[in-house]
Write a protein that binds this ligand. Structure first.
Ligand code: PLP
Length: 219
């Protein structure tokens, strides 16, 4: 199937109000242009250099999402244009985003990444540490950084009960935080393999790559 057909199919399965981020990492600009021609405007990348190269080459009304782990020393390359940073998981990174947003005289929207998977992963904060960072953000310690929600990745498993439990735990935490923060509007959870489960658990944004652009040879 073509990119256009894949997009049409996925769009037809989305719960009303759920935003689709087309994850184009490792894929050539020609395929992104195909998706763009079908009306897709939100794209996600996980590597800064690749994101910057694609931003420079492609139409300027694309909304670019940085979905992967972000190193502090690379924030400056994306801060002039990035639409949403999904994987903020430390004060150090938040502080750097604040500095670069201020230099660019803009506000940068972020999501705090929560570690919900049971597998070993370095990325994302446990709920209690996320609570502390979210409190600092609420108290306006980073005036040019606006936290608009949370992001999480479930364990890579066929066990749907486990995936559902992980997404549901994140949704409960999201609901609690949303009561404290009126800017909260985005719960980014769900990829090609689990976005339907994620939507059942209350996701408002899904990040889908291989089901749109085909399998990747590397990540
Ligand atoms: C690669 C990636 C995705 C998309 O994965 P697919 O399985 O290809 O849909 C989503 N989120 C993050 C953080 C990723 O790195």
């Amino acid at each position: 199937m073509s990119v256009k057909e894949n997009l049409q199919h996925i769009s037809s399965t989305l719960t009303e109000g759920v935003e689709l981020v087309a994850v184009s990492k490792t894929k050539p600009n020609a395929l992104i242009e195909e998706a763009y021609a079908s009306g897709q405007r939100h794209f996600g990348e996980n590597k800064v250099q690749e994101l910057v190269d694609k931003y420079e080459a492609l139409p300027k009304d694309i909304q670019w999402h940085l979905i992967g782990h972000l190193q502090t020393n690379k924030v400056k390359y994306i801060s002039p244009f990035v639409h949403l940073i999904h994987a903020v998981d430390s004060r150090k990174l938040t502080k750097e985003i604040q500095k670069r947003a201020s230099q660019n005289e803009r506000t940068i929207d972020i999501l705090v990444q929560i570690r919900i998977a049971k597998e070993e992963t370095k990325f994302g904060l446990p709920f209690d540490e996320a609570e502390e960072l979210l409190k600092d953000l609420r108290e306006n310690k980073y005036p040019n950084v606006r936290v608009v929600g949370l992001m999480g990745m479930a364990t890579n498993t066929d066990n749907e009960t486990q995936i559902t439990n992980e997404f549901s735990a994140l949704k409960s935490f999201y609901d609690t935080q949303q009561e404290l923060n009126q800017n909260f509007k985005t719960l980014s959870m769900g990829m090609s393999g689990d976005y339907k489960l994620a939507m059942q658990c209350g996701s408002t944004m899904v990040r889908v790559g291989s089901s749109i652009f085909g399998a990747r040879n590397y990540t």
